[in-house]
Design a protein around this ligand. Structure first.
Ligand SMILES: Nc1ncnc2c1ncn2[C@@H]1O[C@H](COP(=O)(O)OP(=O)(O)OP(=O)(O)O)[C@@H](O)[C@H]1O
Length: 706
């Protein structure tokens, strides 16, 4: 007989579960109150007995700390219970192990486990538990999961999905092959919240494989636009925190993310999954840190801006060269060259009668070659002095020691990182490949190689205690940057991105290049695109084809291309679209320009037409709700219900990098996309556009075929 067969029975069961959870909440509340009261008592006792002896104070301090720690875990439990009360579970499978005498187990699956001490049973199973993996991996029929004791095989006889909010069941979907599809379609058709949401109820099979992969040291995920890479990466973190409890905490994980806005945008997901947010940083911060924050440098955003606004062939060439593997091998050769030619030993007169011969000093430089070059001086000095005292029976003074060390240091021609770096370009016959900007500002592409040389000369900073490194937007980093990351973080890594979405086409990396830079790594692909409607995905495919991309069959409004005579007409049409948006059910509108300057200029001009606009710049630190105007670069990784891409004129979108920007902007749209231009259309707009509407908001006209 099927347990809770009907929807009515399920609803009744839900009510019972909520009651049990409520009891647990009451007990926890009591426990929280007891802890608070005890701590208060301690505090009062300490205040009113200021002359108690130090032993008693010490033992009280220990008790307070103990109470505090248990109190904190009770508070955590209370928070978790609050979440469970709202959405106790979202799925169910009935599983019978293929073993004699096995009974069917009814497994309700939710964000957290809920154990009922009364029934001495798990009433709800955490989605990350091994047994719960079957919910994502199998439909009705034969199924299996990996348990710590081996593979458990059996059959799923029932599978259901529920939508429960605030403890109320909104709907339940019965077991069928399309359970996931139905709920997925509903999830994808909903409008965006201000921040990224968790996808725990509808994780797809290919995504689940990545989330639960624990075998691979370096996992590289190449996923098409909107395939859920970022979502999956965050669920993977939540999974690892669960599966490796006791070994890894959220503080042991580090995310390298493109900017603060993106970090804020994704900051919701882990707390929604009941985990703490994870520290985040940027590539620039890491590399500049290695160089002791000594240099002024152009950041990645500034590099992209320069490429978009005033790219010179030299600038592009420098970026391209520094993103090549040839460059890395030249650097390696140069390090060897330094090893062989940068130390020129001379005799050092230590005392009136004692001279340390040059050959002996040179010999020691070679002897200690297991140390980075600049780290040898100290050890060499000590060793030489030891040998000299043995030979000459004299006592070395501190002054003599310092003198020798200083002299040895002077014999090395590589004491200044920047000078060494310049030497490298001269040595390699490419002096034109190094150029500083105003105020001796380094180019972004120079940061990683300079840090690479610094480490070869000076050694690595203190080993990082990070146990898992996550890199998003992997395509934007170059091989030499990955080489540096490899040196700095020997831990497990999850690296994800999309080679088609580079905002740095001259210095970007594919999954295979990253694999080559690391000399290891498993590449996994995600081909299904979930974000955009079929029509938008197809449109974007025609801007820049990605053979791997498989658009999800979710249909919506066709993208619109609107042509105008001049910028004024275009602007008033955009303001018309904004008015329509405000009246619609959509929650977010992104007006995505090619550059930040253009975005700022449009913001200023639109302000007199409409209110509640939010200009998102590279200095912004938080994602905002509503109508956002920003650049393609900043919009990367984000998504909007509706997107407008203005000024797609021939002159504005013309180069390789412009095309990348256009593609990134178009793939941000979930449900609706409008492209506008005046004068001549960009050659990247897919014409003829079968989706173009005849009547348009504002003054838009149907564009002529170019
Ligand atoms: N299994 C899923 N269930 C529900 N929604 C999903 C699923 N997978 C992805 N999505 C949705 O698809 C959208 C894109 O996801 P996400 O931003 O993680 O993709 P991405 O691959 O990082 O995208 P991009 O590279 O284009 O920035 C999000 O709205 C996400 O919630």
């Amino acid at each position: 007989m099927v347990f809770n067969k009907t929807e009515e029975q399920e609803k009744e069961y839900l009510r019972q579960i909520i009651n049990i959870i409520n009891n647990s909440v009451n007990n926890t509340d009591k426990s929280v109150k007891e802890h608070v009261d005890t701590l208060q008592e301690y505090k009062e006792y300490l205040w009113s007995n200021k002359d108690i002896d130090p032993h008693e104070i010490r033992s009280m301090r220990e008790s307070i700390l103990r109470h505090f720690a248990t109190g904190e875990s009770v508070i955590d439990k209370r928070k978790r219970l609050g979440k469970i009360l709202d959405i106790p579970y979202f799925g169910r499978i009935d599983f019978t192990e293929r073993k004699e005498g096995s009974e069917t187990r009814v497994l309700y699956i939710g964000i957290h486990t809920f154990y009922d001490p009364g029934k001495k049973a798990n009433l709800i199973h955490d989605w990350r538990a091994p047994i719960s993996s079957m919910f994502y991996d199998h439909e009705l029929g034969a199924a299996s999961y990996s348990s710590p004791t081996g593979e458990v095989e059996g059959d799923i006889s029932l599978k259901r999905q529920y939508r429960i909010r605030k403890g109320q069941m909104e709907y339940m979907i019965e077991n069928s092959l399309t359970v996931h599809d139905d709920v997925l379609q509903k999830e994808l058709s909903s409008n965006t919240d201000d921040k990224m949401k968790n996808i725990v109820t509808t994780i797809q099979r290919e995504q689940n494989r990545i989330i639960r992969n624990e075998d691979t040291q370096t996992l590289i995920i190449q996923g098409v636009a909107g395939s859920g890479k970022t979502s999956i990466a965050l669920h993977r973190i939540a999974y690892l925190l669960y599966a490796q409890k006791g070994e890894i905490t959220s503080k042991d994980i580090l995310i390298i993310s493109p900017n603060k806005v993106f970090a804020d945008y994704i900051s919701n997901v882990l707390p929604e999954l009941g985990e703490e947010t994870v520290p985040e940083t940027s590539m620039e911060q890491i590399l500049s840190g290695v160089l002791n924050n000594k240099y002024k440098y152009q950041n990645f955003f500034e590099q992209v801006t320069e490429l978009l606004e005033k790219p010179t062939p030299g600038f592009i060439e420098r970026i391209q060269y520094k993103a090549s593997f040839d460059f890395i091998s030249q650097l390696e050769k140069f390090i060897l060259h330094m090893e062989n030619h940068y130390f020129k030993a001379t005799d050092v007169k230590l005392t009136k009668h004692i001279t340390v011969p040059a050959e002996f000093i040179d010999e020691q430089f070679r002897r200690f070659n297991r140390y980075p070059m600049r780290q040898r001086f100290e050890t060499m000095t000590d060793y030489i002095l030891e040998m000299m005292t043995l030979k000459h029976y004299f006592k070395v003074t501190t002054t003599e020691r310092n003198l020798l060390k200083k002299e040895i240091q002077k014999m090395f021609a590589g004491n200044n990182d920047l000078q060494v770096y310049k030497d490298f370009f001269i040595w390699s016959g490419k002096p034109e490949m190094f150029k500083t900007h105003k105020n001796r500002t380094l180019e972004y592409a120079d940061l990683a190689p300079l840090a690479y040389l610094h480490v070869a000369l000076e050694g690595l900073p203190a080993p990082s205690r990070i146990k898992h490194l996550l890199i998003d937007e992997m395509q934007d980093y170059s091989p030499i940057q990955y080489k540096m990351i490899q040196k700095l973080y020997s831990c497990r890594k999850t690296i994800l991105g999309d080679a088609c979405q580079s905002v740095n086409p001259y210095g970007s990396s594919t999954a295979e290049m990253i694999q080559k830079a690391f000399v290891t790594g498993k590449v996994m692909k995600l081909c299904k695109s979930y974000r955009s409607t079929f029509e938008i995905s197809n449109f974007a495919q025609r801007i820049q084809a990605n053979e791997d991309l498989e658009a999800i069959a979710r249909h919506g409004d066709a993208p619109t291309v609107l042509s105008f005579k001049n910028p004024e007409e275009e602007l008033s049409a955009i303001s018309g679209i904004i008015t329509t948006f405000k009246k619609s059910n959509y929650k977010s509108l992104g007006i995505i320009c090619k550059t930040e300057v253009q975005a700022q200029e449009i913001t200023e001009r639109l302000k007199s037409h409409t209110d509640k606009l939010y200009f998102l710049s590279h200095q912004s630190t938080a994602f905002a709700k509503g109508i956002i105007i920003t650049s393609s670069h900043m919009a990367k990784g984000l998504e909007f219900d509706e997107v407008i891409i203005p000024q797609t004129n021939a002159s504005n979108y013309n180069t390789l990098i412009d095309k990348s920007m256009f593609y990134v902007a178009a793939t941000r749209a979930m449900h609706r996309l409008t492209i506008t231009y005046w004068d001549k259309p960009s050659r990247f707009i897919p014409f003829p556009n079968p989706y173009t509407r005849q009547s348009t908001p504002g003054n838009g006209n149907n564009p002529p075929a170019p």
